[in-house]
Design a protein around this ligand. Sequence first.
Ligand SMILES: [Zn+2]
Length: 220
Amino acid sequence: MRYLLSIFNSIIDAIFPMECAGCGRNGILLCETCIENTQRAPLPEHAFINAIFDYNNKTIKRAIWSLKYKNARGFAEIFAPYLYDEIIGALGNELFISGGENILLVPVPLHKKRHRERGYNQSELIAREILKLDIAHIFSYTPELLVRIKETKQQAKYEKRNMRIKNLRDAFHAPETLKARGKVVILLDDVTTTGATLVEAKRSIRHLRPRKVIAFAVAH
Ligand SMILES: [Zn+2]
C-alpha cells in the first residue's frame, strides 16, 4: 500500500511540479526569499509557548495546510532548522543544566483514527527533522509521552474560545510509567492559535512532574 502511495505521489509530482508556496517558483516548496519575507509570529498569550512564523501570512498558511492535508511532507524539513534554532535559544542555560536524556522532545499527537486517515502526523515529521539536525544529541525523542485519547473536532475559526477549551478537555493522556520527573519537556506543534491544545497537553503531563514544559509551534 505504501509502495502504491509513493508511486501515486510521484505521478502527482510529475503532473503538478513542485512550486514555491509563496512566489510560485518551480522546483521548490518554499524558497528562501519567501521565507525571509514572512514575518515573525506575534507573541502567543501563554508565556511557555513560542512560535516562529506569522500564521496570517498567506505563504505560511498555504505551506502548513499542504504539510497537514496535502502530504507535502517536505515542508517539515524546511521548517525544522528554524524550530531547532528557536528551541536551542529558548533552552539557554538549560542546555548546561540538563544533559541529553533530560530534554524530551514530544510532538503533539493526533488521535489514532485521524493519524490513520491522514497517514502521518505533521508535528511528528517536524520533530524527526529536528532530530536529524541534533547532532549533539541534546534531545531525547519521546513521542509516547503523550497519547491523544479523545477525538476532537477540527477547530474551526469561528468556534468560540470556551468551546475550544471544552472540546479539548482531557484530550490527552500521559502514561504514568514514563519518566519525565525533573526533566524538561518540549512540546511541538504545527500551529497554535489560542494555545488551547498546548495548554491542555501541558496540563495532562503535570502529574509526571517535569521540571519545565515549553512549547514550540511553527506558526501562530
Ligand atoms: Zn518563493
